[in-house]
Design a protein around this ligand. Structure first.
Ligand SMILES: [Zn+2]
Length: 123
């Protein structure tokens, strides 16, 4: 199994191992494990901290890029820029969080696959 398959499956909200089971039971709530192959998505307490860091970093990069774009391409006041920029950044953070969780599941699965962990059985 290649890295592209693992990440593509997760970004499609599917299990990285089999590609059949769904990742989420609600908007950003992972199932405990895959319904098809029983891969545990969250193996330890705090496993989703990586997803939160990933989301924070990507959102901060977006916010910085937005600040630069507003400064360079508009003649808006700081107040107007904040009134437009803050809701955009908050909306991005909320809307992208499930994808960040899915990406983190892919990162963990890929790492486990490369480390030859016993519970990883690619299909
Ligand atoms: Zn599965």
């Amino acid at each position: 199994m290649d890295r592209g398959t693992v990440f593509k499956r997760c970004l499609s909200s599917r299990c990285p191992q089999c590609g059949e089971g769904e990742l989420f039971e609600a908007y950003s709530k992972l199932w405990e494990s895959c319904a098809a192959c029983e891969l545990r998505y969250r193996r330890e307490h705090g496993a989703m901290t990586g997803a939160m860091y990933l989301s924070a970093v990507i959102t901060e990069v977006l916010a910085a890029a937005l600040c630069v774009a507003l400064f360079l391409f508009t003649d808006w006041s700081v107040k107007t820029g904040l009134m437009v920029g803050i809701p955009l950044v908050v909306a991005f953070a909320i809307m992208s969080y499930p994808k960040m969780i899915a990406l983190w599941v892919a990162v963990e699965y890929w790492t486990d696959l490369k480390n030859g962990e016993a519970w990883v059985k690619p299909r």
